[in-house]
Design a protein around this ligand. Structure first.
Ligand SMILES: Nc1nc2c(ncn2[C@@H]2O[C@H](COP(=O)(O)OP(=O)(O)O)[C@@H](O)[C@H]2O)c(=O)[nH]1
Ligand SMILES: [Mg+2]
Length: 341
């Protein structure tokens, strides 16, 4: 499995004569917390994007590659029911929302900017949210309107995913919801899913393949993501911080991997800094007699070792960078620079 593989280095293997091969890129977009990262991980079958119950967990675009086979759905001009081999290069993005801080504006630019570089878009929304209150006056949320407008301007086709279908108690409410979304005329298909139980994922893949062009794979079969092990390790530390810290504090933290040392025995020693905004936050992240940072370190180390498939040692320290979330230099220092994607 390859982490951090650049597209240009990927093996371009032409499919055998006669086989239909489809390949393309798909951005996953939607409001914060609807389950975009959970969907990416579930479709790709690996934990690439961190997931927490808190909104705005994802800060950068993250690529994850799906390789597989599917039957073309009804309406596909290349032949409904025909088997196709496919590769979908998914791009997970931060949630689209009314951004007030420079960090959040960076995140929304990351998300909306992804639309321009892909063949199709998967817009994710929560099934349960509208199912109960669907009325003739129901309309798109602000963020959904922005996304739909941008799709139209960019001329990109899109599939709508109604995620968290498990939270709709009365399943009879799902059909009218699908009809409502179809009635908007903005999506080529509307598919209910439950990302946490891995349900409906095949339908998503099938409908996306319909929107993607015929062609050889964009990446070799081993390529899983464009992100490096180093980046993913930093994210796993940030995930533990998000799970344990409350209120505004998670949003004031960033993780910078300072040093990565591969030892002869095959294990890795990682030094990472947790960057916070103020001295008072440092005390909370460290915790009573270091209890919090120890917990974060232990949990993150396990996750990192599982990701790498080899033993890992993690040394964490906390650094105060006053106002890092407010200045372009502070953001770039924490890995949220404009060239970062
Ligand atoms: N009940 C339910 N929860 C889900 C589902 N998909 C995601 N979640 C939860 O929703 C929260 C946000 O998920 P995440 O993938 O981080 O959302 P993102 O911000 O859109 O990337 C997490 O607590 C997930 O476990 C689903 O299908 N059903
Ligand atoms: Mg996310």
């Amino acid at each position: 499995m390859l982490y951090g593989a650049p597209v240009s280095d990927a093996e371009h293997t032409a499919p055998p004569e006669g086989d239909l091969h489809i390949a393309g890129t798909v951005a996953i977009l939607g409001r914060p917390n609807v389950g975009k990262s959970t969907l990416l991980n579930a479709i790709v079958g690996e934990k690439l994007a961190i997931v927490t119950p808190k909104p705005q967990t994802t800060r950068n675009r993250i690529v994850g590659v799906w390789n597989g086979q599917a039957t073309l759905p009804a309406g596909d001009a290349r032949g409904a029911g025909r088997r196709a081999k496919g590769q979908i290069v998914f791009v997970d993005t931060p949630g689209v929302h009314q951004a007030r801080s420079p960090l959040h504006r960076f995140m929304v630019r990351e998300a909306m900017g992804a639309i321009d570089g892909v063949d199709a878009v998967l817009v994710v929304t929560e099934a349960h949210e509208r199912a109960a209150l669907l009325s003739p006056t129901a309309k798109l949320s602000e963020a959904e309107s922005w996304i739909v407008e941008r799709l139209a301007t960019a001329g990109k086709p899109a599939v709508l995913c109604l995620n968290k279908a498990d939270r709709v108690k009365d399943k009879g409410r799902i059909l009218p919801l699908i009809e409502w979304w179809n009635g908007l005329g903005k999506f080529s298909a509307v598919v209910p899913t439950c990302a946490t139980r891995k349900q409906g994922l095949h339908g998503i893949v099938q409908e996306l393949l319909r929107l993607l062009p015929e062609g050889p794979p964009l990446h070799g079969p081993d390529v899983l993501t464009d992100r490096t092990e180093r980046f993913l390790a930093g994210e796993l530390v940030r995930e533990q911080l998000f799970l344990r810290l409350h209120q505004e504090l998670p949003y004031a933290t960033a993780v910078v991997v300072e040093n990565w040392q591969e030892r002869d025995g095959g294990d890795v020693v990682i030094d990472a800094s947790i960057v916070v905004d103020r001295e008072s936050q440092k005390a909370i992240v460290v915790g009573k007699r270091g209890a919090m940072i120890r917990e974060v370190g232990t949990a993150a180390r396990k996750e990192i070792a599982a990701l790498l498939g080899r033993p890992a040692h993690l040394r964490l320290n906390v650094r105060v960078e006053a106002g890092w979330t407010d200045s372009p230099a502070g953001l770039a220092e924490a890995g949220y620079g404009e060239d970062e994607s």
